[in-house]
Design a protein around this ligand. Structure first.
Ligand code: AMP
Length: 490
């Protein structure tokens, strides 16, 4: 890349799955003083075009099989000067036709290059290391930038004994994609600490993941709850010996039933953590404090199912109507964070004003915080159901439904209602060959929640729609069912 003229501060984009060439780029680009822009390969062509242009990427490193994603936009990428295909040799038949761009194969370039010793040692610690665009509710994705200092400190935080404690003797497998928040920073911390790393490649199935974890003796694996729901299904069918010391689960709420299944049935601790693209992502981590070890098993599970306590190095506030909300485990407010690995702006974007205040990130997540400091996410601001002006937590309802032994996955969303503005609808996917009735779900919820929290209907689906990183795409359900309760024909 140096011979191609890449300089300090240049943006170099990757469009790649979790593979070793991508990992090499994770280090090569920042060590040159350039900025690693990981592009989400599941974005629409329009958003791909927008973010590559907005970041003004000079070089693109692209997995060979992903080249077709760029076909519709080649004519609209004026800043891109060079394409490096992440493969063995140049396959001209497959390379794009954009005349502005010179093309090489990664391994060809590497074979011609000599080992580099003079990388940029005087780089100031607050220089940009990388960037990742995060989807906005409306409009184009927003750019989040990461500094060398922030990522170095975040990497250390991933090694703390009371977080994931990644260490030299671990074999770590990020299932979370390397195009999403740097695969939760795992490549940086695992390599720094000298751990082995296992990269599962393109779109692994739950069966692939179980096989890899077993063959490679993975000790820490990290992914969103839907990944672990799929893995649990495979392990329930065929018990497989695993060497896992921890499954790290975050990105959306880990249902308590999932934690229980991993720990009771598979004897694997499942640790719940919370964060977002803007927090690099590690912000809170759920571990039981030693002072709480006398609690009953159920009470311990309830605490470990929360999003956890603040990771050392960051500051946290709970805010509502311009005031701090007490940490009493009941009062709800918006979570705010500040710290070395928390963004304090969006890259060249006027929407910075809506989400940051005095260096604090306003997350848009509504939570309570207990006197012990445990954060319990109630909902994203936009996912809360507002019935007759009162808040209903879709996450709480989902967790209870997912504890039903015949339920595979469930989502609750608010849809317009003529009298109450919004009412909850539940969407449920039963486990294979299991039958559940609406009455069973309502009876289950009635035991835990007041009557006005109960969903107006329960709709059975084959699958809950997912976002590009495997989270429930509640927006799709909201749009599809927006007239469900207002339709006079119903
Ligand atoms: P992203 O920036 O795409 O990774 O999304 C971040 C958002 O995912 C957060 O603002 C939360 O709403 C949600 N999220 C992340 N981790 C968790 C978790 N452990 N429990 C519930 N929601 C989560």
């Amino acid at each position: 890349m140096k011979t191609l003229g890449v300089k300090r501060g240049d943006r170099v984009a990757t469009l790649a799955w979790n593979n070793y060439r991508h990992l090499e780029a994770y280090f090569a680009i920042p060590l040159l003083g350039a900025v690693l822009h990981t592009v989400n390969l599941r974005l629409s062509s329009e958003h791909l075009r927008y973010i590559i242009n907005h970041a003004e990427d000079r070089i693109l490193l692209v997995d060979e099989e992903l080249l077709p994603l760029l076909d519709p936009i080649w004519d609209n990428l004026p800043t891109v000067q060079h394409l490096i295909i992440l493969g063995e040799h140049l396959n001209l038949a497959k390379s794009p036709k954009n005349p502005m761009t010179s093309v090489s194969a990664y391994e060809d370039l590497l074979a011609q290059a000599s080992p580099m010793v003079d990388y940029d040692p005087d780089l100031p610690e607050d220089s940009l290391l990388g960037m990742c665009y995060t989807s906005a509710t409306t409009g184009n994705p927003k750019g989040v930038v990461y500094s060398h200092r922030g990522i170095a400190l975040h990497s250390l935080a991933m090694g703390l004994a009371n977080t994931s404690a990644i260490a030299e003797n671990d074999t770590v497998m990020p299932v979370v994609p390397m195009f999403h928040v740097n695969a939760w920073g795992i490549p940086f911390s695992a390599i720094w600490f000298g751990a082995n790393i296992v990269l599962p490649g393109p779109a692994p199935t739950p069966e692939d993941l179980v096989r890899l974890m077993s063959e490679e003796q993975v000790s820490v694996a990290a992914g969103v709850p839907t990944v672990w729901l799929g893995v649990a299904k495979v392990l329930e069918k065929a018990a497989t010996p695993l060497s896992l010391r921890m499954v790290l689960c975050g990105g959306s709420a880990a249902p308590p039933a999932l934690i229980r299944t991993f720990e009771k049935t598979f004897k694997v601790p499942l640790a719940h953590a919370y964060g977002m693209t803007e927090t690099s992502p590690l912000a809170t981590f759920s571990r039981l404090k030693s002072t709480l070890s006398g609690l009953t098993e159920d009470d311990q599970l309830a605490i470990r199912s929360t999003q956890g306590i603040l990771v050392p190095g960051l500051s946290m506030r709970l805010r509502r109507d311009n005031e701090d909300v007490p940490w009493d485990g009941k009062s709800m407010g918006e979570l705010w964070f500040k710290g070395p690995w928390v963004a304090d702006e969006y890259y060249h974007d006027p929407r910075t004003e809506d989400s940051f205040e005095d260096g604090w990130l306003k997350t848009g997540d509504v939570a309570t915080i207990s006197p012990e400091g445990y954060v319990r996410l109630v909902d994203r601001t936009k996912d809360l159901v507002k019935s007759g002006g009162e808040w209903i937590s879709s996450v709480d309802l989902e967790n209870t439904i997912m504890a039903h032994p015949d339920v595979f996955e469930a989502a609750v969303v608010g849809v317009p209602h003529p009298k109450w503005d919004e009412r909850p609808l539940a969407f449920v996917v039963p486990k294979e060959n299991r039958q559940i009735r609406k009455e069973d779900i309502i009876a289950l919820l009635s035991a835990d929640f007041p009557k006005w929290w109960l969903p107006d209907d329960v709709i059975f689906l084959q699958e809950i729609p997912k976002t590009s990183v495997g989270k429930f795409m509640k927006r799709a359900l909201r749009v599809q069912y927006q007239e469900y309760l207002t339709d006079p024909q119903r």
